[in-house]
Design a protein around this ligand. Structure first.
Ligand code: SF4
Ligand code: SF4
Length: 87
């Protein structure tokens, strides 16, 4: 099932709390993420968060743990994988 690119799902996404999403990547992706939020989450194919709904990250390169298994979106859509930022 395709994960809906909605604000509701984004609110539940755990990626921002994840150790793999480094502070450097958060700072780097902030302007683009703000722009995408203003334009609308369904208007873009790339977003540096909620990676199960978009492509992998352009910044996160190392797996330092993943919180997908604890995420309500993971449960809601019956997702079976994790580390969506890396694949
Ligand atoms: S997809 Fe998993 S590993 Fe990647 S940032 Fe999100 S919670 Fe962390
Ligand atoms: S399953 Fe992982 S990538 Fe998808 S919304 Fe949850 S934490 Fe983010």
């Amino acid at each position: 099932m395709q994960v809906e690119r909605s604000r509701e799902n984004l609110k539940e996404c755990q990626c921002m709390h994840c150790p793999s999403y480094t502070t450097g990547c958060k700072i780097k992706s902030m302007p683009e993420n703000i722009m995408n939020l203003m334009e609308g989450l369904s208007e873009t194919d790339h977003f540096e968060c909620m990676f199960c709904a978009y492509e992998k990250s352009n910044c996160i390169k190392e797996n330092k743990g993943c919180l997908c298994e604890d995420c309500p979106v993971h449960k809601k859509y019956g997702l079976e994988q994790e580390s969506y930022c890396l694949r």
